[in-house]
Design a binder for this molecule. Sequence first.
Ligand SMILES: CC(C)(COP(=O)(O)OP(=O)(O)OC[C@H]1O[C@@H](n2cnc3c(N)ncnc32)[C@H](O)[C@@H]1OP(=O)(O)O)[C@@H](O)C(=O)NCCC(=O)NCCS
Length: 190
Amino acid sequence: MTGALRGESPHFPTRATPYPGRMSEFTVRAATTQDVRGIQAMLEPFVQRRILLGKDLVVLYEATQQFVVAENSDGELVGCGALHVMWEDLGEIRTLIVVDDWLHRGVGRGIVEHLEENARRLGLARLFCLTFEVEFFTRRGFAPIGEQVVDPDVYSQLIRSPDEGVAEFLDLAHVKPNTLGNTRMLKALR
Ligand SMILES: CC(C)(COP(=O)(O)OP(=O)(O)OC[C@H]1O[C@@H](n2cnc3c(N)ncnc32)[C@H](O)[C@@H]1OP(=O)(O)O)[C@@H](O)C(=O)NCCC(=O)NCCS
């Protein structure tokens, strides 16, 4: 593997993308297990407000490879986001968070761009999200969608997934209370 760092995965390189700015320098990089408790701490307030789905620590550790994090120049986490592969061509952006002090400085955009790059590398063509942040995702090229996103054959396979996020995507009744008012959005990757 040419130019790879020790322990680097070919799909999720440890390369970090710096976003320089006068007052708001930050870096987006692949998450490690050391970040997981910090990710849960960022997630918790949004779970309390029923904006994002809660996740047990074990579920977050199992999803470490899905996550990227944004950190400030002191190495403190200021945001995170995850890419969940759902099907051959379809993935979901989930658990996208930017801490209050860092809102509107391009961190969310940096995280989504990094996740989109990971998605392309994995061969995905479409990205889904379920969100209250419709304006943010519209600016990122997402558009609201109706019910019919996958053909009936794929639907019958996806319905076998134990993942709560996939159930949300399929709009299944048992997760309805968590998703009231959310908008389902999709973006075609180029
Ligand atoms: C959605 C969310 C992640 C966006 O994070 P963010 O870091 O504020 O987003 P950004 O700064 O990248 O973009 C928001 C807008 O801020 C403004 N902005 C960006 N950089 C800026 C800067 N340096 N100065 C002033 N404004 C700026 C822009 O209007 C930008 O939109 P644009 O880049 O498309 O023009 C954040 O609001 C959040 O954590 N929401 C709660 C959790 C949630 O619902 N997540 C989605 C679930 S999937």
